[in-house]
Design a protein around this ligand. Sequence first.
Ligand SMILES: [Zn+2]
Length: 150
Amino acid sequence: MFKWFGKVNFTPYTKVSDFGQHLRDGRLMGSRCKRCGATSFPPRADCHACMSGDFEFVEMSGKGTVNTYTKIVAAPTGFDELAPYIIGVVDLAEGGRALAWFGETIPEQDIEVGMSVQVVPRMFEELEDIKVYYSLERPGTTWSKAVSST
Ligand SMILES: [Zn+2]
C-alpha cells in the first residue's frame, strides 16, 4: 500500500507500511513502543529507546515547531518539476520530527525557525508517482481530500 507515498522507497516491505494508507485517510500516524511507551515519528517498527519490535500506531496531532528549513532549487531526480520548493524539519509536539514541504498557507517570507506549524496530510491527484504526502501549514489548517488547485 506504500506505493501511495514517495518516489522511491522501501517502506512497502516494512512493518510500518500502513503509514501511507493512514495518510490517505487523513491521519498522521507515529508509532508507540508497547514495551516502554516511547513515541516515534516517522513510525518505527523497532523502538529507538529499548529496541523492542512490538509497536502500535498512534495518531499524531501534527502540531509542531519549525526546527530548520531550506529552499531546494536544484532538486533531486524525480522532483525537478516541483523546484523551487521549501522544505522544513519540524519538532512534533508528541515527539519525533517531520520533514515536509511548506504548503500554500505559509508564504516564503513568513517562514522562520521557531514558528508554530501544523503538519497536514495531503493527496496529490495530479502527480502519478506521489499520491499522499504531508505539508507544513498554518496552525488550524485541516486535512481535506481535495487538494486546492491553484
Ligand atoms: Zn521501547
